[in-house]
Design a protein around this ligand. Structure first.
Ligand code: SF4
Length: 264
């Protein structure tokens, strides 16, 4: 199965009390866009404290620097998601892994051993999920416009109607809260799309520092989170629509792709 047994058990336990949210994606009035600009999920849930990254990319059109951190994140996503995306014959498992690794040059070589462990874990989970008939979509295209987001939003994985977001950076409180916002955005988009309530999201943290580790976190998508997402969405949309520079934040991570622009 994709989600470990304890995650399913935990979800069942916290769902026993009934539904959690009043604010659903299908209620036009509270969730309809307030601005014509429609940000992406990653813009709304970006790590920038002032959301200046959205201003730089969308208003001043400064391209984002493709840093090693971003490339490594993409590589880990590719390694983990590929076995779920396609059914790879046993005889071609290693060839497939090597072809992914080779696309990333030195970076792939440096982390090959850890990534192989992640790959094998994903292969095992994908096989189990297929055997058990659990419906999984990888990066399904869900309409975002009804809730004021980009045309299409794509959770990493959808297990039934549960959006699962993969994260690869170090776990911090800040990362935790913005990933909560990202899965909330996907939940509201699904609700607006098909009218099915989505009260749970899952964040899977894949760490390859030292021995590779997968950490699962179940999120109750309650009204507080839903409102926080809508506020954040409106803040980012306003910045893009009016072209107002929110200015650099006082504490920025050196790994921000715009660090040189804001603090150069
Ligand atoms: S350097 Fe700071 S203010 Fe500038 S985009 Fe990055 S996080 Fe935002």
């Amino acid at each position: 199965m994709v989600l470990p047994r304890w995650v399913w058990d935990y979800i069942r336990t916290i769902m026993e009390g009934g539904t959690y949210a009043e604010l659903r994606g299908w209620f036009r009035d509270p969730v309809a866009p307030r601005h014509s600009a429609r940000p992406t999920v990653s813009e709304v849930s970006s790590p920038c404290p002032t959301k200046r990254d959205a201003y730089l990319r969308r208003v001043t059109k400064i391209p984002m620097e493709d840093t090693e951190v971003l490339r490594l994140g993409r590589l880990i996503h590719e390694v983990f998601l590929t076995p779920f995306r396609e059914s790879i014959p046993f005889s071609q498992l290693d060839t497939k892994f090597e072809s992914i690794i080779n696309e990333y040059g030195d970076l792939g070589v440096r982390y090959r051993a850890q990534l192989y462990e992640v790959y094998i874990k994903a292969v095992t989970m994908a096989l189990n999920a297929r055997e058990e008939g659990i419906p999984i979509s990888v990066e399904p295209a869900i309409p975002g416009a009804p809730i004021g987001l980009s045309d299409i939003v794509k959770p990493d994985i959808l297990v039934g109607f549960i959006p699962v977001e993969l994260v690869t950076s170090s776990l911090t409180e800040e990362l935790t809260s913005r990933k909560d916002i990202a899965v909330t955005a996907y939940a509201l988009a699904i609700e607006a799309w098909i009218g099915h309530p989505v009260d749970i999201g899952v964040v899977l943290h894949v760490s390859i520092n030292g021995k590779p580790r997968l950490t699962w976190r179940v999120i109750k998508i309650d009204d507080t989170l839903r409102r926080a997402f809508l506020d954040m969405r409106d803040t980012v949309a306003r910045i893009i629509e009016h072209g107002d520079d929110p200015g650099p934040a006082s504490s920025c991570s050196r790994t921000c792709p715009f660090y040189g622009v804001c603090h150069g």
